[in-house]
Design a protein around this ligand. Structure first.
Ligand code: DON
Length: 563
C-alpha cells in the first residue's frame, strides 16, 4: 500500500512537471526581445548575439519595425524609451513629436468651427517626428555596436522585401482605401492599387534609401538634407506646417522616470509628456491598501474597486497633465504620493459607483495603433519602448520619394480653447497646441524591479487604455500570482473617467458579474481586444527570462537567446 501511494505521488509529480497550469511563456537564459513582429524581434536578438546591449537591440528592432510593421513601427512618428541599469539607475528618453513653429491652439478651426478632419487626418495633423533623434540619443549613451550595424537589417528588409502575412495583407488593403488621395502611399503599400496577397513580397525602395541616409549620417540623414527637403516639400504643397527649420530644431530629451512602489516592487515608468507613469503609480498607490487576492480575480468587488481607482487616475490626468516644458507647475509629487492615495481611498464607496462629473469634458475616440516592445540583455538590463504614428498608418501620408509614413500625433493635443463639450472635445489648457510643444500621451513603457533586480518589462499600445493595460499586467502577476503569459492573456477592462463606462473585453466578465456591477451603478460595454502587452519577466526562481507574446495581435514574436 505504501509502495502504491509512492508510485501515485511519483506519477502525480510527473504529470505536474509535464503539464503546468496556464499558458506558458517563452523562456531563454541570455536575452529576449518580444515585439509585434517576429522578424523585428529576430533582428533585435541578432544584435544581442553580436554582443550588443539592450539599447542596441531596441534600436535595431525599432528600425526593423518601421519596415515590417508599418501600422505603427515608424521613423515618421515618435515615442518613449525607458531603460534601467544594473545599478538601479534609470533614464527615460522622450522622442515625442512636437508642434511645428507655425502651430497654434486654434489651428484646427475653419470658419470658427473645429474640424476633426484638420485635427486628425490632414497635413496639419502631423507633428515633427522624433523617432530617429530618440533612437540615436539612446544609442549614443548606451549602445556598443556601430550605428550602421543597427540600421542595416532594416535597410535590407526595405530593399529586398519581406513576405506579407495574412494579417498584414488584410491591414494594407484597408489602409490603402483610406490613403487613396495620397498617390505615394498607394504606391508604397499596394501594387498600383491592387492589394498585396499573403506570401507576396513587400519591397519599399524609397524607404531603403531614406534608411541608408540615416545609417550614413545619423539624425542628419533625416532632419537635414534630402529627407528634410522631401518632408518640407510635401508640407508646402499641401497646407502642412513643418519646415526644414522645424526638422533641424527637433531635439530628443532625457527625462527622469516616474518612480513608485507597490507591495515591495519598484515601478519605473514614463514621465510627462506622457501621463502614463504618473497615472500608473497613482492607481497602484491607491490599490496597495486592499487585499485584491482575497477579493478574487474579476470578482464584482475587484472590478468595482479597480474601476473606481481608474476613474480617479484618469480624471487627474485630464485636469493636470501636459508637456512639462510648457506646464512647469504640474502637481506630480502630490499625484504620485502615498498621502494622496489615502485621500482617494477615502472617497471610494465599495458599495456604489461614483459618478464621473463632467466638470466640463470627455475624450474623443482614439484608435488602438501604436506598438510596444520589450528587450532584456544578458546583464538583465531592460529596455521598454513604445512608439507610435497615433492612428494605424498615422496620417496615411507617405512622404513622396522618402517612403515612410507621417504621424497624425497633433490629434493628441486638445481640440482648442473653450471647445469642451459633451460630444467629446476637450479645451483644457495644459494640452493645447503651441509652437514647439509636445502633445500629451498615454504611452506607458514600464520597468518593474524588486530587491534591486529587474523583475518585469511591459507596456502596450491602445491609446488611453494603455495605462490600464499595464496596470492589469502588473496586478495579474503581483496580486493574482499569474505567470507572465497568463497575466498578458487574462481579459482586461478599462475605465477612463469619461465616458463613465467600463469597457471589458469579450467574454471578460460573466453575466452575473456584470449584473452585480450594474447594481452598484456601473455602465458596461463589451468591446473587442484591449492593447497588446508584449512583456518579459526575469524569473529569480529558475534564473530565466520569460516572455509573453500577446495573442491579441497577429505576427508578433518572442525570440530568446541562450548564447
Ligand atoms: O501617445 C498616445 O497616447 C497615443 N497617440 C497613442 C496612440 C495609440 O496607442 C494608438 N494605438 N494604439
Amino acid at each position: 500500500m505504501r509502495r502504491l501511494s509512492f508510485v501515485v505521488v511519483l506519477l502525480a509529480a510527473a504529470a505536474v512537471a509535464l503539464v503546468q497550469a496556464g499558458n506558458q511563456p517563452i523562456r531563454a537564459r541570455n536575452g529576449m526581445v518580444v515585439s509585434q513582429n517576429a522578424i523585428a524581434s529576430q533582428v533585435g536578438i541578432d544584435a544581442l548575439e553580436d554582443g550588443g546591449t539592450a539599447i542596441d537591440a531596441a534600436v535595431a528592432t525599432a528600425f526593423a519595425l518601421a519596415v515590417t510593421h508599418p501600422t505603427a513601427g515608424n521613423i515618421g512618428g515618435g515615442g518613449f524609451l525607458v531603460h534601467r541599469e544594473a545599478s538601479g539607475d534609470a533614464i527615460a528618453y522622450d522622442f515625442r513629436e512636437l508642434a511645428p513653429a507655425g502651430a497654434s491652439a486654434t489651428m484646427w478651426f475653419e470658419d470658427d468651427e473645429y474640424s476633426f478632419q484638420r485635427h486628425h487626418m490632414s497635413h496639419l495633423s502631423v507633428g515633427v517626428p522624433g523617432t530617429v533623434a530618440g533612437l540615436y540619443l539612446a544609442w549614443e549613451e548606451h549602445g556598443t555596436l556601430p550605428w550602421r550595424r543597427l540600421v542595416d537589417p532594416a535597410i535590407a528588409l526595405a530593399r529586398d522585401g519581406f513576405p506579407v502575412t495574412h494579417a498584414l495583407a488584410a491591414s494594407l488593403e484597408r489602409a490603402v482605401q483610406r490613403m487613396s488621395q495620397h498617390p505615394a502611399s498607394v504606391a508604397q503599400f499596394s501594387k498600383d492599387g491592387v492589394p498585396y496577397e499573403a506570401g507576396e513580397t513587400l519591397v519599399q525602395p524609397d524607404l531603403a534609401r531614406t534608411l541608408e541616409r540615416i545609417a550614413d549620417q545619423g539624425p542628419a540623414g533625416f532632419y537635414a538634407g534630402e529627407t528634410a527637403r522631401l518632408i518640407a516639400d510635401e508640407m508646402r504643397a499641401n497646407g502642412g506646417l513643418i519646415t526644414e527649420a522645424d526638422l533641424a530644431n527637433y531635439e530628443a530629451k532625457k527625462r527622469e522616470p516616474i518612480r513608485g512602489t507597490y507591495r515591495g516592487y519598484e515601478n519605473i515608468s514614463m514621465p510627462p509628456p506622457s501621463s502614463g507613469g504618473i497615472v500608473l503609480v497613482q492607481m497602484l498607490n491607491v490599490l496597495e491598501d486592499y487585499d485584491l487576492a482575497s477579493f478574487g480575480f474579476r470578482s464584482a468587488r475587484t472590478v468595482h474597486l479597480i474601476t473606481e481607482v481608474m476613474r480617479r487616475g484618469y480624471a487627474d490626468r485630464a485636469l493636470h497633465l501636459g508637456d512639462p516644458d510648457f506646464n512647469t507647475d504640474m502637481p506630480i509629487d502630490r499625484l504620485t504620493s502615498k498621502a494622496y492615495a489615502a485621500e482617494q481611498r477615502a472617497s471610494i464607496d465599495m458599495a456604489r459607483a461614483s459618478v464621473s462629473s463632467p466638470t466640463s469634458f470627455t475624450w474623443p475616440a482614439e484608435s488602438p495603433e501604436t506598438t510596444h516592445f520589450s528587450v532584456v540583455d544578458r546583464d538583465r538590463d531592460p529596455v521598454s519602448l513604445t512608439y507610435t504614428l497615433e492612428f494605424g498608418y498615422g496620417s496615411g501620408i507617405v512622404v513622396p520619394g522618402a517612403g515612410f509614413l507621417l504621424n497624425n500625433e497633433m490629434g493628441d493635443f486638445n481640440a482648442g480653447p473653450d471647445t469642451t463639450n459633451a460630444d467629446g472635445l476637450i479645451g483644457t489648457e495644459p494640452n493645447l497646441a503651441a509652437p514647439g510643444k509636445r502633445m500629451l500621451s498615454s504611452m506607458t513603457p514600464t520597468i518593474v524591479a524588486r530587491d534591486g533586480q529587474l523583475f518585469m518589462v511591459t507596456g502596450s499600445p491602445g491609446g488611453r487604455t494603455i495605462i490600464n493595460t499595464v496596470l492589469h499586467t502588473i496586478l495579474n502577476v503581483v496580486d493574482f500570482g499569474m505567470n507572465i503569459q497568463e497575466a498578458v492573456d487574462a481579459p482586461r477592462f478599462h475605465h477612463q473617467w469619461l465616458p463613465d463606462r467600463i469597457n471589458y473585453e469579450r467574454h471578460g466578465l460573466s453575466p452575473d458579474t456584470t449584473a452585480l456591477l450594474e447594481s452598484r451603478g456601473h455602465a458596461l460595454r463589451e468591446v473587442g481586444g484591449q492593447g497588446v502587452a508584449e512583456a518579459i519577466l526575469n524569473n529569480a526562481e529558475n534564473g530565466l527570462l520569460e516572455a509573453a507574446l500577446d495573442g491579441r495581435a497577429a505576427d508578433g514574436g518572442a525570440v530568446g537567446t541562450d548564447r
